[in-house]
Structures are given as structure tokens and as C-alpha cells.
Design a protein around this ligand. Sequence first.
Ligand SMILES: [Fe+2]
Length: 505
Amino acid sequence: MREKEILGFVGEKRAFIGNEALQILAAREDWKEIIEECIKENEFFIKPESVEKKIVRTKIGLVEKEEHEQPAGHQPEEKSGGETADSDLHYRIMSEYDVTNQSFSQGTVQDFINLFQDKYLTLRKMVQLHHSLSPRPISRLKAMPKKEQFDLIGMVARKWQTKNGHTAIELEDMEKSCIAVISKNERSLEPAREKLMLDDVIGVRVEKISDEMVIVKELFWADMPQRKMKRSKHDVRVASISDMHVGSRLFLETPFHKFIEWINGEIGDEKEKQEIKKIKYLMVTGDNVDGIGIYPNQFNELSIKNIFEQYAKFSDLILQIPKDIQIFIIPGQHDAVRWADPQPAIPERVAPKLYEAENVHLMGSPSWVEIEGFKTLLYHGSGLHTLFSNVSGLSYLEPQYAIVELLKKRDLMPAYGIGHTYVPEKKDYMLVREEPDLVFIGDLHHSGYTCYRGTMIIDNSTWQGRTDYQVRLGHIPTPGIVPVINLKTGNIIEKQFIESEPEKE
Ligand SMILES: [Fe+2]
């Protein structure tokens, strides 16, 4: 019924819409606003990607306006008609995707072989399935007639620029490799050419040039299938925080205490307090403490110079959060676990009080938990810096779009050995093996939200002030922001705990 109304409205505006975008809009009350926004931006063929981006952005815009008008606190973005959240919580930690207690790597050649085989075979299956490809083994290339078109799936072993400015890659499957050339004149392949990195597993439709060489006509990532954003039947909220850096001189303790008062319903008006009661889950995405000896001269930057005391304080703060909220905590590069990904959970010996609390769950990075039927991926984000320095068009100011790139690749490990370090476990824990409904990321100290093919991406803020390192790099953090996701409507509300704008250069 609503589909008809949407098609009529789009027709009136002399615009066009495909079925995927139509289906996404049909599930939304604010479909008209979203279409109008697309048209305002001169987008007359309304694409599903643009609709998904606007879903989140529009709502944040509205909330900021409401907050501005009524500084007492955030407003509920829907009138729920008195319905309250279910008292029964539904969550399942998906420990099969967590390296905690499952790290058996000895760094042997065989470990590396296992890791790359697992990555290749898993992603190959996804590429083939999502694009209905019929790949031939690369070893069959010799037997194919010249000019014949066919599909290949392989891992990028090398990438270089040819003398004529084309991009060449060495594509490898389990037995053999060949050279695949992406012409500089093939405009449709330009974005993919820029984003290709070593170790990516891709599908290609090619034309044979010689027994060792093919020309790429189309390129396919493992990617996510088109899906609608999931909705919960229950009026439940998920909040998330990250990068507290407890123990750092720059830990923003006063705003964090304000957050604790807020989540306990001690501040805000009555309406807001009712909303806060619906928060049943809190995601905490790493760099929980500042650690010791993480970078040169860090010692002088610490207000707590003992790792156990840092965790004692962190635990004390976390345990002030209401007990009916399930808290899922992963480590980051500043935590007391190995620096390389995948990282296991923060161990009991440094945070015994958190292990005693029934509502606190310590997991690895990355790790997964299913809450209210929403498959949720938590990752600190350590590997993202490699992505930023190797792929053009990504910005630290909009880190959410970097996560979209990782979801397209279905891989949180962009290229082995050129930036962040990884431990070659027998299974590749960095692969995005399922289609997540929610993804929470930390590390970048900058909030950002988007939606990609039905997956809501939440980049978390921080509770650390701007560091000298960030000043040198020109990074401007957005501290003291807590996003609250309404699982029933898919909307995000931001609550800000720092009044003034972060310092700008
Ligand atoms: Fe951090």
C-alpha cells in the first residue's frame, strides 16, 4: 500500500526509484522527508545506498534540533503509546567468533598457510554466492581460447602500476596465479581499482589476452546482500561508549560521572528518565584504560601509573552502571592484552571485579553477540589506520565510511603486514562471517553513524581529551557523546556530556 504512495510521490517529483530503495522506504514513517532530501541534493535516481545514509543522518539532525531547543536532555524520538521494554533479556555471546581461550598460534609457516587458506575459501564462497559467478580455476587459463570471457576468484598477491598507467594485479587461487589488468580507461572499475589492497579476495569477469594474462571487465567483492534494517518487537535501547583511557591525565572524569548519573536516571526530566530505563545493553569498544608503556614517554602523561589501579578505577566506574543493563566490553590497543589482532578478552587477573559481576561480559576484539535477535559485531578498530593510509577518499572525520569498505570486503584485516599486526590463528577471526545487524567500533575517538545494506554502523566517541599526538596529526576528537539506538525504530539519539565544542585548529 505504502509502496504505491511512494511511487506516486516520486513520480510527482519527476524522479525515479528502484525496487531495493522502495522496499527500504516502505518500512519507514519518514519516507517523504528522505525522498525530499535526495531530490534537494539533485539525486533524481534514488539509490538504496543514499536512502540508508539518510535514515541515520536525518534522525540525528532532528534530535540535535530538539536538544538545542530543550537543553534539559534528549527527547524520545517516537511516542510509544505506553509500551515498555520486555523484562526478559535475550542475548547470546557468539564465542565461536572470539579468539579468547582459542589462541593456538605458534607463528609457524603452517599457521600462516592455515590463515590464508581459511580466508580465501571463506571469502571465495561469499563472492561466488552473492554474485552468482561460475569461476574457473586459474590453472585452466592456458586451455581457454583467446578473447573468451569467463570468471575467476582469487587473492590479490601483488598490485602495481604498468608503464601505461593501467593497474595490474597478480591474482592467486589455491594452485596458480595469473596477471589481471584493470584498464585506466575502464571508468566503472575506477573506485574498485583505488580500493584494492593486497590479500583482498575478489571475483573478476575477465577476457583472456594470453596464457598468463587477462583483462578485467567487472570486479566483485564478497560484500553483503541487500537487506532491510532489522526491527525489534520490543522497545529496547542499546547505548555505547568507548576509549575511556582511564589512568590518562586527559581522562574526562567529570563528564563521565555525569554519564553515570544520567544512565542511573538521576538527571534529566521525567520523559528522559523513562527513556533511559529502556537501555538494556551497553557496548564498550576498547581502550578502557590508558595502559603503561604504550608509546614513548607515556609515563608522564598518566595520572594513574599502575595498570592494576587503572583497571580498579575502570571497574569501579563500570560497576556504577545499573545492574539490569548487560555490558559487553572488548579490549583496545591500550588494554592489558596483546597488541596484535585478534585480541583476547581483558584477563580476570587485572579486572577481577568485572568477572564477578553477572551483567558484565568481557570478550575479545573482534567479537560478536546476538542481542534481541540483532547480530552485533564489536571491534576496537586497530586495523583501520592501515585502511585510511592506503585507500583514498576516506576521512577520519567520517570514520563510519571506512567500516562500509570493510563490510564490502567482509574482512576487518586490510592487508597482512603493511600496517597493524595480526597473529596467524588457525581460523581467520577478522572475517565478517555473518551479516551483522549492528557494528560498534572504537579507536578513532570520533563519532559517526551510517547504514550499509541493512547494517547499522556506530563509530564511538571517546572520554579522553585531545592528545598531543592527535594535535600533531590534526585529528579532532568528538568526546563525551553516547549514541542510544532504538531497536524498535532503528533510530539513533545522541546524548552529549560535554557542553562546549571540542577545540578546533
Ligand atoms: Fe583510544
